[in-house]
Design a binder for this molecule. Structure first.
Ligand SMILES: Cc1cc2nc3c(=O)[nH]c(=O)nc-3n(C[C@H](O)[C@H](O)[C@H](O)COP(=O)(O)OP(=O)(O)OC[C@H]3O[C@@H](n4cnc5c(N)ncnc54)[C@H](O)[C@@H]3O)c2cc1C
Length: 459
């Protein structure tokens, strides 16, 4: 058995694909598992792998036997002049809120990630960038790809709440000279940093790693579920655009546009976050199990982290605002200069406290993990706080829901009506809403005092 199989069997794998990219003997392939997630599969000849190189294991971000995000961040950014550190956010030099005037309409939030990728390309700091774009393949609606032009970068805007993996693009970068920027979720950024330590070529060729703040990733069933919610046939889902913007809605009511079927069954339709998508996402439906072991919210190994400005003054505005947290000195200069000058960006500085407030729910969830030490090799979250019992129970139910929802989706053959009547899921959902009610009551005094404090600040 290959050593990476143990990571998969324990449920820690996030399907990032780095193991398959770097296997010197090409003995791993990334394929769909029955839960609609990516998983490394051993191809012939892995029998004695574990005794030999173990490179797949050394670049895997999902177990605790490699340097964690704090150590990696310290090595990368800890010595920069003016750098600061918080356990919740990792290292940072500066933080901004705002948007790119040209990229906002086609961006997930303020379009700052696309603007930055374009700026890196246009300034010659890189020759190509690896982004995630939509495909025409119904079996794989999104994929990582190498973009050489501004047009390609613009076509890859918005977020993919859909599994994507880096095996092909990393192999491309390993085989092709050049300077590349790569954008990824926190797990991918960590995997790149681990791989850069082993392959100097990757260190030279990827001078910029950009990260997306992440609550969690979903299996491909999530896209099918959205399609079914909108009345489409999930067996015939052909395209999905996550995070369309409806200018009659606040930014927080995200749009999801799907295309399913053909001929008389063809449907193009937008479903909104509040049509049931948000509830499913927040309750852990189809969540990748490995995400339950990750406590990196702000992509701590990335040169810049991009996120939504989930703050009261921004989330009501339908066009969207980005928050960016910068760790790399060159990126800080690039964005700082542009922010002051060209008129293409509308950015203002924002305090780290506000950045954290914008992700409060995610911080609470990801950095107050319930898993006991024996459940996971990753122990970093014990640096933070011990979760309250109720919070732990809620997290445990999310975990069970993520498991049961995948099983039920398959069992009921993607039939939404039958899925909604699934006994196990109904029982878990009832338990979850009961615990959430208790949590609201417990948190009421805190919420009231927070409101009073905010009101006093405004006076
Ligand atoms: C699974 C997931 C969970 C997220 N969770 C949160 C959260 O909890 N809180 C929060 O504030 N923000 C979260 N984000 C980030 C948020 O959705 C936006 O991506 C971010 O605000 C950047 O917006 P933008 O307008 O600047 O980016 P855009 O200009 O739209 O550019 C986005 C860039 O990210 C790339 N991309 C999209 N999806 C992926 C992916 N899956 N993997 C790698 N690259 C990708 C695109 O190719 C594009 O280049 C999440 C994103 C994803 C994909």
């Amino acid at each position: 058995m290959n050593i990476i199989t143990e990571v998969v069997q324990k449920g820690w794998c996030v399907g990032c694909g780095m193991c398959a990219a770097v296997c010197p003997k090409e003995r791993l392939e990334i394929r769909w598992n029955p839960r609609g997630e990516y998983s490394p599969i051993e191809v012939e000849g892995c029998a004695d792998c574990s005794k030999n190189c173990q490179i797949c294991y050394k670049v895997c971000p999902a177990h605790g036997n490699t340097p964690d995000e704090t150590e990696i961040g310290k090595k990368l950014y800890g010595k920069a002049e003016g750098v600061q550190y918080k356990s919740e956010t990792g290292y940072y030099l500066s933080s901004y809120v705002g948007y790119s005037k040209e990229h906002r309409a086609t961006g997930a939030s303020g379009g700052m990630a696309s603007w930055t990728l374009e700026a890196l390309l246009a300034s010659g700091k890189v020759e190509a960038v690896a982004t995630v774009g939509r495909t025409k393949d119904p079996d794989k609606l999104f994929e990582f790809r190498i973009c050489h032009s501004v047009e390609e970068i613009r076509a890859s805007g918005r977020s993919a709440y859909y599994p994507v993996e880096v095996s092909q693009v990393m192999q491309y970068i390993l085989n092709n000279e050049g300077r590349y920027a790569v954008i990824g979720l926190p797990c991918v950024c960590k995997a790149i940093r681990l791989a850069q330590d082993i392959f100097p070529k990757l260190k030279r060729r990827i001078p910029y790693v950009l990260g997306l703040t992440c609550g969690h990733q979903c299996s491909k069933f999530f896209a099918e579920y959205i399609c079914a919610l909108g009345g489409g046939d999930p067996h015939e889902l052909r395209e999905m655009i996550f995070r369309t913007k409806d200018l009659t809605q606040p930014a927080s009511n995200l749009g999801f546009l799907f295309h399913s079927g053909c001929g008389s069954n063809e449907i193009f339709k937008q479903v909104l976050w509040r049509d049931g998508v948000g509830e499913a996402f927040a309750n852990g439906f189809f969540q990748i199990p490995g995400c339950f072991y990750c406590d990196d919210v702000f992509a701590e190994c990335a040169d810049i982290a991009f996120m939504d400005a989930w703050l009261p003054e921004y989330k009501k505005q339908p066009e969207g605002h980005s928050i960016i947290l910068i760790r790399n000195t060159e990126a800080d200069e690039l964005i700082g200069n542009e922010a002051c000058g060209s008129g293409k960006l509308k950015l203002s500085e924002i305090s780290i406290k506000r950045v954290m407030q914008s992700q409060l729910n995610v911080i609470n969830q990801k950095q107050s993990l319930l898993f006991d030490k024996k459940d996971s090799l990753s122990l970093r979250y014990y640096l933070y706080k011990k979760p309250m019992i109720l919070q732990s129970r809620i997290r445990r139910i999310h975990f069970e829901i993520s498991d049961k929802s995948s099983i039920a989706w398959n069992f009921h053959k993607k039939n939404l009506v039958e899925f909604n009547k699934d006994n196990d899921l109904l029982e878990l959902s009832t338990k979850l809403s009961k615990y959430k009610k208790y949590q609201k009551i417990i948190r009421l005094p805190m919420r009231i005092s927070g409101r009073i404090q905010r009101a006093c600040l405004r006076i």
